[in-house]
Structures are given as C-alpha cells and as structure tokens.
Design a protein around this ligand. Structure first.
Ligand code: ZN
Length: 227
C-alpha cells in the first residue's frame, strides 16, 4: 500500500526544526527514521538523522551514499534496541528565507529517491521567511509523481500530523540526534576552512607564476635598453 498519511512525533519535529534553525544562509538536510504502520498507509517518523553538508550552496542539497548507509545503520541499531521495525522513511531539508513549496529541483530529487522506495517521503521546513509577518516556521510533506506517462513531474502534498511524544519527554534517539548537531556544524566549518586553505595555496602558486613571468619580461626589457 502507498503511504497516504504522515505522522511526526513531536520530538522528531523539534529535532528537524532545531537543525533547520541552525543557519539562515544555506539549506540543511537530514534523513527521517521511523516505521510504516497500518499496513503501509501511515509513515510514522520517530526520529531524525542530521547530515553533514560537503558542499554548502544556498539552494542545493543532496544525500551522499555513505551518509545514507550511515543512517540505515542507525535505523538498524534503533530497530534492535527498541524491537521496532525502524527504517529510513524519507528526507528533510530547510528553506531559509523562502516559501515552503518544493522547487523543481526538489521534485526531481524526490522522484529519484522514490525510484529506490516508492514510499519515500520528503519534508520541507521553511524558516526565517521575511514575507511571513509572523516569522513562523512552516512544514510540508510531499512526494513526486507524473500526472500522465512521460509528463512533467509534479508534487503531491501529504497530510502531516504532529503527535505528542509518549511520556511527554524526548526519546533517546532524538536526544542523541540533537546532541550530534553541534558536532556536525563543527565538522562543516573545519571542512570549509580546509577548502579555503587549499584554494589559498593555489592562489599563492598562481600569483608567484604570474610575478615570475612579469619579472622575466621586465628583465628582458631592461636588458634590451642597456645593451
Ligand atoms: Zn528545497
């Protein structure tokens, strides 16, 4: 059965939203962990797995295979620990300063993920949206589909219910996902710093080659003037 309703545990919602609010300059992303219920009709999201971005661009997010397999391993670990059929159910990403609606890139990316798993879902968190006078965060869940064979891809919005967490507390999986966020942000900054250093080294080499070339031209001109 194809998923028709998405249930999001309140602590998983808090985890995704906290991640989305960590930066208003670029999009962040992660994977959604949980289980299928009601014979596959309901996707219940119980926790999230924040992902490190290797390429910080304002409007591009993609899942790297090694991060997907790390999230699948985390789902397996939780399944064993909780004795529940936990799996990777979908992905989430943020839209800082823009509307919540999926872009054509999002719709294409989502369609690619649905080739792996037809139930795969996508969540988008819109935040820091200046056009929204209330400055509220918005959430949408979507899947991609072609209205007719070979036609342009469109998105289908799925209803999302936010469920109170049992025992009014955060689950261990969400606590560890939240605690992992600063570590991911630090790794991203270290990677950006290393990239800057590499490009600075290239800049120094190029500048020294240019200066050497000018020095040779200058020396030969001086030599011509003297002799
Ligand atoms: Zn997007």
């Amino acid at each position: 059965m194809v998923v028709s309703v998405v249930e999001l545990a309140a602590d998983a919602y808090l985890t995704c939203l906290t991640h989305a609010l960590t930066t208003e300059k670029e999009e962040v992303m992660g994977l959604l962990l949980g289980e299928m219920r009601d014979g596959g009709r309901v996707a219940f999201i119980s926790s999230a797995y924040a992902m490190r971005r290797s390429d910080k661009q304002a409007d591009r997010v993609e899942i790297h295979p090694e991060q997907l397999s790390a999230a699948a391993m985390e789902a397996e670990r939780l399944a064993l620990k909780l004795q529940r059929p936990i799996q990777v159910l979908g992905w989430y990403h943020s839209h800082p300063h823009i509307t919540v609606w999926p872009s054509h890139v999002d719709v294409g990316t989502q369609a690619d993920y649905q080739l792996m798993d037809e139930n795969f879902i996508g969540l988008i968190f819109s935040c820091f949206n200046d056009s929204d006078k209330r400055c509220s965060a918005q959430l949408i869940c979507f899947q991609s589909y072609s209205p007719t064979e070979g036609s342009r891809l469109e998105y289908l919005q799925l209803p999302v219910k936010i469920l109170p967490s049992p025992h009014s507390t955060l689950s261990g999986a969400c606590v560890s996902a939240l605690a992992h966020l600063p570590e991911i942000l630090l790794e991203e900054e270290q990677e950006s710093y290393a990239t800057c250093q590499r490009s600075h080294r290239h800049y120094v080499i190029i500048m020294s080659l240019i200066l050497r070339r000018y020095y040779i031209i200058f020396s030969s001109d001086i030599a011509r003037m003297i002799f």
